[in-house]
Design a protein around this ligand. Structure first.
Ligand code: ATP
Ligand code: MG
Length: 404
């Protein structure tokens, strides 16, 4: 069947009414396009009492148009990854009601009562329990798609199901290529120009990034979300499930440290942003301490959950050893710090920046926060293997970024 883009509210309503019974043929449905992302169309369908979300992938990137074609297989991958997350970590994603291959669309639960973690951090909200739940989510995502849990054939089957060449190509370019050279897609704040050109000539840095890129391209370790920044994480500290993760269209089987690294980087980007954000310095500094403590809690929760899962479920006689689990977690930490540095670089010099830093209106003040991001990225990329544990790392990055 040929693909047809939804071109009216009625198209979206017909689609929902055909494939779900949520609205029971209610005549009073409204459709709102709520997508604030770059790639797809996202609609909320609402009857005043209930609502749901429809996400449709066109054969190109939404904000660019037909000039940048993009495989619609991404929406199959997103639907499958959401279902996989629901299995490995129940309640961690919006429920998928229907995936339709012909329309390249997903119908899913509306998590409108949740707020993006990025926005919550920008507002310096207190988020009790969120970092711990995120750590458990990452641990389960890693464990249930790793060789500690899966049979040989099941592992190969997820590698096959999540081959994602178009979106991996974008990641390889925007994380590992553009921000390490003077690329036309880059977005460099004027006062940062000299620092950027030093960055592009730093051979030690580029060697370390090359090793991380090789891992990204070749190491089929676990099923990754692929885009786990704080805009893909939605939170409601008062809910039973405090965390809901959306938008896994970049999912693929890759190196275990990638998602964790991206997540940590986004906490640290907020940390740097707080140093020059609006508001009282004491309040911002106190929140920076909260952010560092959250990163420690996230890691602590992740490692506890992962060790527990391995002790309960691992059958392979060689992988059962707690020494092997410890070694795996140690490599996870090192890799994730490197990937965190790469994510911080691309959000500072590359095409897509983050609101945590971009909201600093004054160009010079923003450049100071961006310089902190690069200082942290430099430390994490070059010295990832030299830290003895997460508290040592958070103490070191705190030194580079506290409000002064
Ligand atoms: N299940 C949902 N419930 C409520 N809101 C949602 C849901 N899914 C998406 N949204 C809203 O739509 C926005 C865009 O969604 P999403 O990030 O999935 O789209 P995208 O086009 O893939 O974006 P990106 O360019 O970041 O890849 C989200 O930031 C969120 O505000
Ligand atoms: Mg997306």
């Amino acid at each position: 069947m040929s693909f047809k883009q939804f071109s009216s509210d009625q198209d979206v309503i017909d689609f929902v009414q055909t494939h779900t019974a949520v609205f029971n043929n209610s005549p009073d449905l409204t459709v709102t396009e709520i997508g604030d992302g770059n790639i797809n169309f996202v609609y909320r369908v609402d009857d005043g009492a209930q609502s749901l979300i429809v996400k449709q992938a066109l054969p190109y990137i939404r904000v660019i148009g037909e000039a940048w074609p993009l495989s619609q297989d991404r929406i199959r991958i997103e639907a499958k990854a959401l279902k996989q997350s629901e299995e490995s970590c129940p309640g961690s994603v919006p429920e998928v009601y229907h995936y339709d291959a012909a329309s390249c669309a997903i119908i899913m639960a509306d998590i409108g009562q949740y707020q993006s973690l990025r926005q919550a951090l920008i507002e310096r909200q207190s988020l009790p329990g969120v970092a711990e739940e995120l750590g458990a989510y990452v641990a389960k995502s890693l464990f249930y798609s790793s060789d500690f849990y899966l049979s040989s054939k099941a592992k190969k089957s997820i590698v096959q199901d999540f081959i994602n060449p178009d979106l991996c190509q974008i990641s390889e370019e925007v994380y590992f290529w553009d921000p390490f050279c003077d690329h036309e897609r880059n977005n460099v704040n004027t006062p940062l120009a000299a620092r950027a050109s030093e960055w592009w000539q730093d051979a030690e840095l580029k060697q370390a990034v090359a090793r991380l890129k090789m891992k990204f391209q070749n190491q089929a370790q676990v099923l990754l979300h692929g885009d786990l920044h704080t805009g893909s994480v939605f939170v409601d500290p008062s809910a039973e499930h405090k965390v809901k993760v959306i938008d896994p269209e970049f999912a693929f089987v890759g190196p275990a440290g990638f998602d964790l690294g991206v997540l940590i980087a986004n906490y640290l980007l907020n940390l740097a942003g707080q140093s020059r954000a609006a508001g009282e310095p004491e309040e911002r500094h106190a929140y920076q301490q909260v952010l560092l403590s959250d990163v420690n809690s996230l890691w602590q929760s992740l490692t506890e959950s992962f060790r527990r899962l391995a002790a309960e479920h691992t059958q392979d006689p060689c992988l059962q050893s707690s020494d092997i689990v410890d070694a795996w977690l140690s490599e996870l930490l090192t890799d994730s710090l490197g990937f965190a540095g790469v994510e911080m670089t691309r959000r500072t010099l590359g095409v897509a920046h983050v609101a945590d830093v971009e909201q600093i209106e004054d160009e010079a003040a923003r450049a100071e926060a961006q310089t902190m991001c690069l200082d942290m990225a430099d430390l994490l990329i070059k010295h990832a293997g030299q830290f003895s544990g997460m508290p040592v790392i958070t103490a070191a990055v705190g030194e580079l970024s506290f409000c002064r």
